[in-house]
Design a protein around this ligand. Sequence first.
Ligand code: F6P
Length: 549
Amino acid sequence: MNADGRTRLNQTSEWTALAKHREELGDVQLRELFAADSGRGSGYTLRVGDLYVDYSKHLVTDDTLRLLRELAAATDVFGLRDAMFRGERINTTEDRAVLHTALRAPRDAVVEVDGENVVPRVHAVLDKMTEFADRVRSGEWTGHTGKRIRNIVNIGIGGSDLGPAMAYEVLRAYTDRSMTFRFVSNVDGSDLHEAVRDLDPAQTLFIVASKTFTTIETVTNATSARGWLLEALGDDAAVAKHFVALSTNAEKVAAFGIDTANMFEFWDWVGGRYSYDSAIGLSLMIAIGPDRFREMLDGFRIVDEHFRTAPAEANVPLLLGLLGIWYGNFHDAQSHAVLPYSHYLSKFTAYLQQLDMESNGKYVGRDGREVEWQTGPVVWGTPGTNGQHAYYQLIHQGTKLIPADFIGFARPVAELSDELKAQHDLLMANFFAQTQALAFGKTPDEVRAEGVPEELVPHKTFRGNHPTTTILAPELTPSVLGQLVALYEHKVFVQGAVWNIDSFDQWGVELGKVLAKRVEPALTEGAEVEGLDASTKALVAAYRELRGR
Ligand code: F6P
């Protein structure tokens, strides 16, 4: 029994029933499942918003799905979901509400935190962002010398970088092509160097994005960016026209030297990895314009409403979360691939890595006890078809079970030439071919029938039975991006709820930060630093020698 009165997850009857069911299914084959049910291909599908979600190529039966839903009911996933939407402090280790859903609530909605409706504040910031974005886009907001702003450099890391950087890339076809957008995150000086080396400081606006405004990488890069700007413009007053901040921490923003009139606020109930639809999205809003940004928020809201109201059998985030649990906890899968068939989604999986792995990479439960079950998977992947010519070999014929999401679009973006649009069918032919090959493989007899010599038959055989979800949308629009992101946000939520972990803290990143601060003087000054282990000591000595110190 847990401190919170819950039976330990792996001792519940629902868990045990799933384990037994898994044994009974044995190595059930997708070929068999499809042969037994001619309606499976269209029956095992759901829709949410513009997304058509096919889960037929999963190693599940109706019974599996029912048992998984029973596990969700036993762990009160929907109860926790409702508490989240109500603004309760479900992030218990930080004693915070979790209300990224309020960031896309309509103007007339009421979402209360400690008795205060936060929706008017959300819309006040959105309005302020809109006004600012319009001024920058129209050229009304000028730099210190009166020149128009042409370059936007977002400086942030983690959630203050990955979201806007990903979404900018995804929605490139909707961006103002006369402007340049760069995203600097790495404390490696080369990141900032490459981002600004060809830019005119008089036409460059830095957006310093940091929820806490204490993050060493961001503060360091922002300080260097200010140095770069002032060296060129030679007047401290220039900062006011070339720096704005996105933060929850007005005090630190002011201490850095940015006028808080140029600060766009968000709140402690928005987690960093859930924040790019808050003020953190300012660079994106400047790129695509406020109307498109709001379309994206509408997309988020479609999936929020679906997650909040759809019954368990039709609830897509619930389904995706439970499928992940089926593989992670009952098939020992260690990783999950997300494979988008759109070049614009090249940063999507990297974004999901933080969303998923920072949320659910935990071995301690909400009750403070170590879990006795697997939690978050390793999330990885890059756009098809590139991956096909690199690592798909291992997915097809390796020894690991890797469930994968395939994300594709029916239409190419409107901007492409007719010739390039014509390539879209080839791209999508690969998309459909891969999930077919992964699911059904190729039997030795099929290989032999092609006249393959016997000694090569095992090599050319595909066992298949690799599970995939296919997510198909009509076109990559701002709304569809919002829908996709909200889908994964809620999927991660479902898994954290079942595993009984706090998906909204990230204490695991703290130790490295503290140690880096401690080690730095050893590198720069050769200081005798207490508490360095023997290996690190030797490495520091080698570093100093190589560095010529
Ligand atoms: O160290 C991890 C983290 O706190 C992330 O959760 C967060 O997105 C990132 O650092 C950046 O934090 P901030 O926005 O406060 O600079």
